[in-house]
Ligand binder design. Sequence first.
Ligand code: BGC
Length: 741
Amino acid sequence: MRRSGLMIVTGIACLSAYAGVPALDQRVDSLLVQMTLTEKIGQLNQLSPRGFGEFALAVREGRVGSVLNEVDPEVISRLQHIAVEESRLGIPLVFARDVIHGFRTILPIPLGQAATWNPTLVEQGARVAAREASSVGIRWTFSPMVDVSRDARWGRVAESGGEDPVLNGRMGGAMVRGYQTDNPADPTAIAACVKHFAGYGAAESGRDYNTTWLPLPLLRDVYFPPFEEGVRAGALTFMTSFNDINGVPSSANRWLLQDVLRDEWGFDGVIVSDWGSISDMIPAGVAADRKEATLLAAAAGVDIDMEGLCYPAHLEEWVKEGKISEETIDGMVRNVLRLKFRLGLFENPYTEIENRPVMYAPEHLETARRLAEEGTVLLKNDGILPLGKKPGKILVTGPLADAPHDQCGTWAPDREKSRSVTPLAALRRMYGREAVIYSPGVRYSRDNSGDGISAAVEAARDADVVLCFLGEEAVLSGEAHCLALLDLKGRQRELVERLHAVGKPTVAVFMAGRPLTVGREIELSDAALYSFHGGTMAGPALANILSGDVNPSGKLPVTMARLTGQYPMYHAHKNTGRPPFWSVDIDDIPLEAEQTSTGCTSYHLDAGVEPLYPFGYGLSYTEFEFGTPTLSAQTVSKSSAVPLKVSCTVKNTGNRRGEETVQLYIRDKVASLARPVKELRDFVKISLEPGEARQIEMELAPDRLAFHGLDGSEIIEPGEFEVWMAPDSSSGEPVTFTLTD
Ligand code: BGC
């Protein structure tokens, strides 16, 4: 009996293929008709194991459909055997985990991966994560997170692709493909989960879980596109977000989940709540109790209750009371069963033991290193970098120089810090132990003792070059770890100031979960690299860049502000009716000056209007020259099937090979709703030999010029547009074209 469900299903699959009916749906339905209501609700219940015995009983009775946070392959295997061989219908479990940027081999945090601007490499990284995670039996990851985030106070900016919808969408799509491959039933494929739908990154004041107030044009122009890209990439699952949008929590938002995600975008996968986000509706003030929260979520279209314990307790009651139909439950269960069939779990529920040596495979470490290299941004170089093979005596200092745990960043629950190669270890290996003096100065990023600063300063006197690894600990970013002040913590600035006074050439290397306000530290350094948290191979990657073995090519996926108070800050901002032509520094305002004397324009007296570094910015050890863009036409009709072609020549004018990211920006000059001063529309990363020039062509189809009106509908308005092809969001000269009816 135990296995008969499985056999019947398989048999019907063959018949349905013969009859021409979609095989998958028929397999799902043939199983569904055999299920009791309790078994159906069991498929909608996702839990972490709590003590084996009781949990095993729930699995045996079909009261759990998916499991999260179990990574022990033996436990996974035992539970799966119970589900398949001892439950009435033999429906396999699916094991889920937050494999956010690698499983054991930790890749750079997603923000660092976005800084590569290299979706192909990011896809390879997701493949590494999937291979390692699937080898213990995990077949579902809660990644990618594609929440556009324009406020670095929000700790989860670390998990995102940054401030831009196009960049987030490309990175998210690449991750989906890397996790799932073309065949999610492959035993090394894992289901992706595009999260958190939607608007989570707009949390007010960058404080996690906070409310958002998002008008339709902003949702549809900025927050939705990366999610739609996730559907296009074939993501099998979606997760709702914790926040409310305009007062409606995402887990209760039928418009979001049904009208947009399912009906408009055609998503037929699983929608899972976030952890407890159904019961969170009680403190949020939209549900009186768990029972009411259950009704709201099920009616909105949330298929699985993650750790909320609402569905198993109350769904059946609602069905009996007639408020939720069994057809609705069937629809939810179908989505879950479809996922399990798509993952091939009915045919292959168990994980082969021999898959396991895959952890830290040499090619995985190499992918991790390449991601960390390409995700490192050179912000400043007064000529001191690269150091070359014989830089003399090197002082390695700062709290992140030898922090194997922290360099892995947030959301790396399966990291093994003993496997991290730190910058200190990598530099010693590269230059020899005698050439490297180590004096941390401060022991960890928040260290307020100042005990080690004098020793580091003394050591600097004996050094030829100082490498100062600054930043933040992993725990200062990520979920629920938001900051109101983005300056370096502890006494890191003092360390930099005192080292500066010694006068040796100094390189500042920042390793952090977000863009920090480090203008002063950069000013006091001769060169600066921004590397985010680079993962297991952060050390070798940085050593390769510092020495010059690798030419840096990272570009900022976020705008770096001068002061925290400038956030939210992003390149695609509106011009306002009072854009600043000039700004007056607060210290230059005379006493008792007239109110109007500073210009009455839009800027902060104590920060001006410019960021520290713009979105898309990043230097190289070589130089690139961009020609003026040319257009295939000066006018283009909005109904034209032929896209406008924009081209420009990019030349490597330096004397070493390098990679450059060519970025296409547009501006709709006059529209019925004010449009951003620049919007990224496309990008491509290219590699050029010294002296090599290449013509780069990108297409701008009329729909890439569209935006959404106040009622949420798409508008393509005729008028004049500017277009840039540039190395970052603040350079280059635009060319103009006209869109006609
Ligand atoms: C986070 C999700 C995560 C989930 C499962 C939640 O707290 O918001 O991003 O996937 O936990 O661990």
